[in-house]
Write a protein of this length. Structure first.
Length: 147
């Protein structure tokens, strides 16, 4: 699987990713890391990364982890983010890397094959350049086979 080609296509496929300037750093089976850049227009009233931008990079990382897990089957399925939760733990300054992880991609694919649909969670950690966790998120996904 050519994960580099998939990674480079996210900005074209999802205009909001391009708008925020998100960069897909890593993509593979069950995982993705996405960087939120540091820009004045992405900050809030106290000069830290805006909560909405942090939420978006977390959701993008979860989507990347989904794509990395289901890459060979993307034409056969329809994915939807069903719910998401985020905890803001520390002030987020500078570029922020969000890493999404699907714990057991093989089990998710097996359930999809058996039931025609699957629901799972992707956990996301958001860290600043020094490695300090500034937020954590969980995104619930629903994926079904196309009719």
């Amino acid at each position: 699987m050519d994960y580099d080609a998939i990674k480079s296509g996210f900005a074209q496929a999802i205009p909001f990713v391009k708008f925020l300037g998100l960069e897909f750093l890593e993509l593979g089976p069950g995982t993705a890391t996405v960087r939120l850049p540091e820009r004045p227009d992405l900050t809030n009233h106290v000069g830290s990364q805006h909560a909405g931008a942090l939420f978006t990079v977390a959701e993008a990382a979860s989507g990347g982890a989904f794509v990395g897990s289901f890459a060979e089957r993307l034409g056969e399925v329809t994915p939807l983010a069903k719910a998401a939760r985020i905890d803001y733990l520390k002030i987020a300054k500078g570029p922020i890397d969000a890493t999404g992880t699907l714990a057991d991609p093989d089990a998710a694919l097996a359930t999809l094959d058996a039931d025609g649909k699957v629901e799972f969670q992707i956990e996301v950690e958001l860290n600043d350049a020094g490695g300090t966790r500034v937020a954590s998120a969980t995104v619930d996904w629903h994926v079904r086979k196309n009719a």
